[in-house]
Design a protein around this ligand. Sequence first.
Ligand code: AMP
Length: 504
Amino acid sequence: MNDNLFAALRASFPADLDSVAIETDDGLCYSWRDLERGTAMMAVLLESLALAPGARIAMQAEKSVEALMLYLATLRAGYVFLPLNTAYRQTEMEHFLSDATPAVVVCSSANLDWISRIARQHGAEHVFTLDDKRSGTLLDQAAQCADQHTAAARKSDDLAVILYTSGTTGRSKGAMLTHGNMLSNARVLKHYWGWQRGDVLIHALPIFHIHGLFVAVHGALLNGSKMIWFAKFDPKGVLARLPEATVFMGVPTLYVRLLAEPGLDTTAARNMRLFISGSAPLLLETFRQWTERTGHTILERYGMSETVMLTSNPYSGGERRGGTVGLPLPGVSLRVSDERGISLPPGAIGGIEVKGPNVFSGYWQMPEKTKEEFTADGYFKTGDVGKVDADGYVTIVGRSKDLIISGGYNVYPAEIEGYINNLPGVAESAVVGVPDADFGEVGVAIIVPKPGAQPDPAAILSSLKAMLANFKIPKRCHVVPELPRNTMGKVQKNVLRERYAAPG
Ligand code: AMP
């Protein structure tokens, strides 16, 4: 039996290969046959390069169906895919290309000069270009190749992808994911989220990250479902196509931006079956407003590069609870432990640890780091801090690295942020720890006001004093127009920590 992830996705294509698989925002239609042939030609091209087994194929290119085909072709030919965020610049690319030493690098022609120099310095034998509008040397050369290809035989624990973690808390590490990690997770989600015949997915996320590349793409392909494909998220465009779709996946920022569109209402969402959110915490206010406006309850789920999806609120047969990330998915074992590694009872806050067929095989060329991040009984320490309530629902309270230890007391930023967000005039907030001569560390609150509001920092701090223990009260408060976020909508607390390290 072939455990190649591509083979499983291909087996789910509908019988009618001429039906539409992907419709792009600029009006192009790709059939399932186009996907079959396009990925075959790219797989044949990759094989013709006589690469070493396990060779890495790195891609830093704008989102396009051809870029997606390169991912699928890499799986099909049995090599290892390395997607890179299009925002990365020279120093970052140096790090990734020197660390992963890909044999093939694919980039946009605008970046060819400097990327090919770095790539060749680190041993890449082939550099291709891939641009939007279906051009570039990758496609020119693939066009010369045969359009039939049998998927390379791969075992479940063979490496398929190296995904560099988003690095909001430090230098990116390469998470090694196998064919089995991703296929097992995609199959669980297909069942758990009730994927049905006739589902149509709006794909508006980037494809260098687990959310857009794995959760969304694998979900649609494994269900033989059409995707409406946006090269970039555009709230008006998404809203216009909503009546043709049944499933939408977004990071919280996308939901906030859709809510700003006056046309978002129950009529626009009338054919939708499911709205899914993840990758960063969804504010309760967004969760509630979405239900009021569309009549749909957002399903929030939680996962990470190292583990793909871990928990999800129920699709059916249970309540979707705002502020929680739901229940561990079938096959995922999740527990909360204290610093000594002792499992904690329901309701207690500690480090989230997980085990399951979806958990990665380790960090690329970092055996020591990998060992440190697993417990003796094989659980991966996620670095997230949270709790499980008596009904099994998981709530994330923050990243362990974001924990503030002030005068010896643990302060969980998410708890304080929750209180601040409920104060009048506050749209959202972030609390970070900065060094302090007296307490070791103190909290600083950074607040974004609601439109038209002018919250007073001193009044915010005194309101908090009335509600919380003194050691939890941030020592300073700043009002800013917006929080710094990465492309996946995560607040960059490392940036805030640097910015607000000194008083003033
Ligand atoms: P990444 O590897 O870039 O996908 O980042 C994974 C991290 O994003 C997790 O470890 C969590 O800290 C955070 N995350 C993902 N989903 C959620 C969610 N639904 N709520 C809160 N944090 C989340």
